[in-house]
Design a protein around this ligand. Structure first.
Ligand code: AFP
Length: 326
């Protein structure tokens, strides 16, 4: 029989190699428990009639809760129970969620169910998270950290059973769930240099709303690369990590209804863009916003801040960044 290395073993080795504590292990265990719980709910939800809209009643006559709200509550439960989290920021909560402000060590920024339009189709959704650490040596230095200050960032693609985690200066690793529901088989992800497999991922329906220079750039590339789009960042970025290329969600600046323009972009900086940018950097790639500024350098001013995003293989990100900066 073949037994693969477990995630727990992998992370334990990592912590010991770097002379670190086990606190991070406890935090990771909570995130994994939350993801498994969400995955279980997702897999069985359609059967129970629980993946509907708020206000609907399921076949047991219970009120249906939105899947993203359930995912949020599950995650909060596990994070709180660690006693290691100071504050959490969730896509599903307006305010910052205070947890263990005295004993906690970590800030966790997460989107527990990203790509919610896929839910009613049973298609993949994401659970994205970024982790920063409290300043242990001096006075607390704030909880809105730029991506460059994250210690780790990761994503579960639910319900596919894949988990990708990037650790600061230690690479981006992919794991698969096994028959005992454990994540196993660490595999180091590096964006492929050979452009043969590269893909572009963006919402083609928005194309004529992008700035002219972005539209022109896409027009130059359309014969060269396949276009792929799932509509859930974790799933789309998962492909880019394996195949190379670029995921983008540019600013919307030419919408026929100007009130629908999104010059700031659509995606959230702290728990979407910075998370994939961090994973991408550890896999040899890069990410910028609409001004060509590296995503990881952007200091958030509020926890639900939006940004445009171009993330993927270095040559493509560098090319578009030069155009965006000019
Ligand atoms: P939702 O969670 O609101 O569905 O948004 C998903 C998302 O933030 C990201 O995961 C996708 O890449 C992107 O938005 C899809 O947006 P469009 O539907 O506008 O293409």
């Amino acid at each position: 029989m073949l037994f693969e290395e477990s995630f727990t073993n992998f992370i334990l080795r990592h912590q010991e190699k770097h002379n670190r504590t086990y606190h991070f292990l406890v935090l990771m265990d909570a995130l994994i428990s939350a993801a498994k719980h969400i995955q279980h709910y997702y897999l069985t939800g359609a059967l129970r009639g629980n993946l509907g809209l708020v206000g609907e009643v399921n076949i047991q006559g219970e009120d249906v809760m939105r899947m993203d709200q359930i995912a949020h509550e599950i995650t909060i439960h596990y994070l709180r129970s660690t006693g290691r989290v100071i504050h959490a920021v969730s896509e599903e909560a307006e305010e910052i969620i205070e947890m263990d402000t005295k004993g906690g060590r970590y800030f966790v920024y997460f989107d527990p169910l990203d790509g919610s339009s896929n839910v009613s189709h049973g298609l993949p959704v994401g659970f994205l998270f970024g982790i920063a650490k409290r300043n242990l040596d001096g006075p607390e230095d704030g909880h809105l950290r730029a991506g460059k200050d994250y210690r780790a960032a990761g994503m579960f693609v639910i319900p596919t059973g894949t988990f990708t985690l990037a650790l600061l200066d230690s690479g981006t690793w992919r794991f698969h769930i096994d028959e005992t529901m454990n994540f196993v088989k660490p595999f180091r992800m590096m964006l492929p240099e050979n452009s043969k497999t590269w893909e572009l991922s963006f919402n083609e329906a928005n194309r004529c709303t992008f700035s002219e220079r972005v539209q022109n750039w896409i027009a130059q590339k359309e014969r060269k690369y396949a276009f792929r789009y799932l509509g859930a960042l974790a799933g789309d970025f998962h492909r880019i990590l394996s195949n190379g290329g670029m995921f983008m969600y540019p600013a919307i600046v030419n919408h026929p209804k100007p009130e629908k323009n999104r010059p700031q972009g659509k995606l959230r900086l702290m728990y979407e863009a910075a998370v994939v940018a961090f994973m991408c950097r550890e896999a040899g790639g890069d990410a910028v916003d609409e001004t060509g500024t590296p995503i990881l350098e952007i200091q958030p001013e509020n926890h639900h801040q939006r940004t445009a995003l171009y993330v993927g293989s270095n040559p493509l990100v560098e090319e578009i960044a030069q155009i965006l900066r000019s």
